[in-house]
Design a protein around this ligand. Structure first.
Ligand code: NAD
Length: 245
């Protein structure tokens, strides 16, 4: 199927009707935080904020040079403190009963008022031990040198999912996908799996309407019913029409 692609600023798209009892699943990617000033993965043209992915976002990179990895994530923590949620984050916080799953490690959905956000790629403001099974904890600290676990003396690591690692919460996510009636992806290039495959899974089930919202057609555009092209901050505030009762 060739999905319909529409281009335009907010306001000229028909709102998606959300009636009582409908289950809505929204998957967000780096594009939703772009207007807040957080660099997307793609922005840097293959380099992620001047670093090779293999060096800063893989378990092998961490084993090779934990100091570089901690400096990279410390800098991202510092920058996160300087940005604010944008109208797209705030619009999603207004949708009742939404299953909100994000690939982003930032906390902008929470700061906009969303609760129970499913962070499938982890959270930048959490730290965990690479050696023992202490629960991850909230941590805004920046580390010029790699910190060590007081419990087992192994290195602490950022609580993020690196390439080659299994994303978090997948059973819960697939359960919600299988029950949803409307699936919306916002600002994700459709290149990073397994999230990029959620829409094909839904197409196979044949139950939910699937809509993409973002600046350009994603790599998995063929699997959506419709692609709405534009900035998330302009399109999200009028994307849904919520019917009470
Ligand atoms: P991506 O960078 O691969 O794709 C971003 C998409 O957003 C692009 O298709 C781009 O066209 C679109 N976009 C850019 N500006 C937009 C705007 N204003 N409105 C709507 N769309 C816009 O990101 P991805 O698909 O999320 O995958 C990259 C991986 O990198 C993810 O796993 C994520 O965890 C990680 N990442 C996270 C953050 C963050 O936490 N904010 C930032 C960068 C990368």
């Amino acid at each position: 199927m060739v999905p319909l692609t529409k281009i335009g600023p907010g306001g000229e798209f028909e709102p998606l009707q959300v009636r009582a009892g409908m289950r809505v699943f929204v998957l967000t990617g780096a594009g939703i935080s772009a207007e807040s000033g957080v660099a997307t993965f793609r922005d840097a043209g293959g380099l992620w904020e001047q670093h090779r992915i293999e060096d800063v976002a893989t378990p092998e990179g961490f084993a090779r040079d934990p100091r570089l990895v901690w400096r990279f994530y410390s800098e991202r923590r510092r920058r996160l403190a300087e940005v604010q949620p944008n109208p797209a984050h705030r619009a999603l916080a207004q949708v009742p009963g939404l299953f909100l799953c994000t690939q982003n490690v930032d906390d902008l959905h929470e700061r906009a008022g969303s609760r129970d956000v499913v962070h499938m790629h982890g959270e930048l403001l959490k730290t965990r031990c690479s050696g023992c099974d202490l629960d991850p904890w909230y941590d805004e600290s920046v580390y010029p040198e790699p910190p060590v676990c007081r419990n087992c003396m192994a290195l602490l690591r950022p609580h993020v999912v690196w390439f080659g690692e299994v994303p978090f919460h997948l059973p819960r996510i697939f359960e919600a996908l299988e029950e949803c009636d409307l699936f919306v992806t916002v600002g994700s290039s459709g290149a990073v799996h397994p999230a990029a495959g959620f829409v094909s899974h839904l197409r196979h089930l044949g139950r939910a309407r699937c809509v993409y919202v973002g600046l350009e057609r994603p790599e998995n555009a063929h699997a959506f019913d419709e692609c709405r092209l534009g900035k998330a901050g302009e399109l999200l505030p009028t994307l849904f029409r919520i019917h009470a009762g």
